[in-house]
Write a protein that binds this ligand. Structure first.
Ligand code: AGP
Length: 589
């Protein structure tokens, strides 16, 4: 999604901005731009497409500037809608959505102001100019008081050549102090070289001036400690892999090994264990892939701990009136920790009296600021937009929580049942060649379906999401038993259907659905360790996976499905790392 970089210091700003924007590319965007304050005012350089299209701006002279990668929300992806937006004495870049922009725009238009873009963001520049009386910070405060929605803003004012201003409301903004200057950024990788980082909280402002950083809230100047979080110094590299997605799949065994936690025997989790003992009801809120890991966790927690679990897509939860009892534990799951809907759901749960646990891959992300407890998946940075290793890591961690909850209730469960999974994942990854051979079947199909029962249904949901997001093939994940209640109507000759089969007790039931598909001419690809079913005539192809503890099998069974999405994406000529229209972290509603 959109990314922000700002710099003021002793060096030329343009190369700093371009380098920072390059490091934000993984977030997904459609256009990019920078503005540098030179002798004669602002020079703005914007382009559609990749940050490399801004190379011509690298020689701009000036030591203060702001840059942006834009993922279009309001207004088409175009050069004119790209940021920065300049109006009067102000240049602005914005992440987030200004929800009341139509009324603000009308107000500006009534004063005779002319807008050059279709964006909500340009209204910020207009309001700054309107409120400006010689004090840019005061104008920024007055402007922000008029905005509804979410924003991280980086602002330059012509009258303050060596200064940058920033504001944050529900969209991250970080200040960095480097050897040769001061930085603003929407996320830490953009300014990894900074020795000191400060995180802005909602409602806070910052002024970077020469070597000085001043923080403010609505009441005046405030003191802020630098964060202890140390960002990674080097950006992840693809190594020998052609794509980050493939590389990240090969990192699944390590991600799983690092994310299993024995809560009960680790004193750092004493307080968390106490909460687990008291928990009577669990709600899981998340989006996309993280939502699917929540569904898998529901099966494990209910079975092992006999506790009721409700899993809700965060964007729905936040506008419901969720029923939160005294001992309700809310697990907010988000790889990035920056997903706007998940953060809002966690905030709602907290303000309604729930104990909130953030489950995230990113230290210091916004979600961690909201929660009572933070549990980290240790998947390492995930660059590909399609989540892979972070899903397997979320499962490892959520299953660890399920085991801890069960033990807290005196039920039989042991963390040792998760320990074989890293090695089993390594074996499952050997499916790559076989899956690659099968990809053309999917690449030439009109649509595809994924079916499974119980925990295999969770894998089916995730397999389907992976396939649609990077191959652009319409696809659905379905409970195998539900197929005949509607979706079977879509199965015709050669429609590919992936059946996942890891629950032995339910195997015959799933095979009924396989027969129904076969009878309509569908082509079934079976993912299972149960070879006896693979030999049946209804099965067109078999991808074997190792046998494992059935309840936790999605950690493994999803691997061939992730591979299938990857190779189908390639076979359709797509870039699996950067699917169209999608962003890595969805920081707007
Ligand atoms: C997964 O492949 C998707 N890119 C997407 O569904 C993602 O899982 C979702 O946006 C949630 O992201 P988060 O885990 O960072 O909150």
């Amino acid at each position: 999604m959109c990314g922000i970089v700002g710099y003021t210091g002793r060096s030329a700003a343009a190369p700093k901005l371009l380098e920072g924007l390059k490091r934000l590319e993984y977030r997904g965007y459609d256009s990019a731009g920078i503005a540098v304050r030179g002798e004669d005012g602002f020079t703005v350089y914007k382009r559609m497409g990749r940050v490399r299209e801004l190379a011509g701006a690298s020689t701009l002279s000036g030591v203060t500037g702001i840059g942006h990668t834009r993922w279009a929300t309001h207004g088409t992806p175009s050069e004119v809608n790209a940021h920065p937006h300049v109006y009067g004495k102000f240049a602005v870049v914005h992440n987030g959505i200004i929800e009341n922009y139509p009324e603000l725009k009308r107000e500006c238009a009534m004063r005779g102001e002319v807008f050059t873009s279709e964006t909500d963001s340009e209204t910020v520049a207009h309001l700054l100019e309107y409120y400006y009386r010689g004090d840019a910070l005061a104008a920024l405060k007055q402007t922000c008081a008029r905005l509804r929605g979410s924003y991280a803003l980086a602002v330059m004012c012509l009258d303050d050549p060596d200064e940058l201003f920033g504001a944050r409301q529900k969209s991250p903004l970080i200040v960095g102090r480097g050897e040769d200057g001061l930085y603003l950024a929407s996320d830490a990788p953009a300014i990894a070289e900074c020795a000191e980082l400060y995180l802005l909280a909602d409602g806070e402002f910052v002024r970077l001036s020469g070597k000085e950083v001043h923080f403010y809230d609505a009441d005046g100047e405030i003191f802020k400690e630098p964060t202890k979080f140390v960002p990674e110094k080097a950006s992840p590299q693809k190594g020998d892999c052609p794509h980050f997605m493939l590389k990240e799949m090969y990192e699944i065994p390590t991600a799983v090994a690092e994310s299993v936690v024995d809560f009960e025997s680790d004193f750092r989790f004493n307080e968390f264990n106490r909460v687990l003992c008291q928990t009577e009801y669990i709600q899981i809120v998340a989006c996309g892939t993280a939502y699917h890991s929540g569904i898998a966790a529901k099966y494990a927690i209910e079975k092992l701990a006999r506790l009721p679990v409700e899993v809700t897509v965060a964007s729905e939860y936040r506008y419901r009136e969720p029923i939160i009892g005294q001992n309700t534990l809310v697990l907010a799951v988000s790889q990035s920790g920056e997903t706007a809907d998940t953060i809002a759901a966690a905030e709602l749960a907290k303000s309604s009296g729930a104990t909130v646990v953030a489950i995230t891959n990113l230290p210091n992300s916004s979600l961690t600021q909201t929660a009572h407890f933070v549990l980290y998946t240790h998947a390492g940075r995930e660059v590909a937009v399609a989540a892979t290793k972070s899903f397997n890591a979320q499962l490892a961690l959520l299953y660890s929580v399920a085991i801890a909850l069960a033990k807290a209730r005196g039920q039989k469960a042991d963390i040792s049942s998760l320990l074989p999974f890293p090695a089993l994942c390594r074996t499952a990854l050997t499916c790559a060649e076989k899956v690659k051979e099968l990809a053309p079947i999917f690449a030439h199909a009109k649509s595809a379906y994924f079916i499974g029962r119980d925990v295999d249904y969770c894998a089916a949901l995730e397999g389907s999401l992976k396939l649609k997001e990077i191959s652009y093939l319409p696809s659905e994940g379905y409970p195998a038993g539900e197929l005949k209640h509607g979706t079977l109507a879509l199965v015709e000759k050669d429609t590919p259907v992936v059946a996942i089969l890891t629950r032995k007790a339910l195997a015959e039931k799933t095979m009924n659905a396989v027969s129904e598909v076969y009878a309509r001419g569908g082509k079934v690809l079976l993912v299972t360790h149960l070879g006896e079913y693979a030999e049946r005539k209804e099965v067109a192809a078999w991808v074997p996976i190792p046998a494992c503890e059935e309840l936790f099998s999605p950690i493994l069974s999803v691997i061939p499905l992730q591979m299938l999405a990857y190779y189908t994406s390639l076979a359709r000529g797509n870039d699996p790392d950067k699917p169209r229209n999608l962003a890595k972290s969805v920081t707007v509603e």
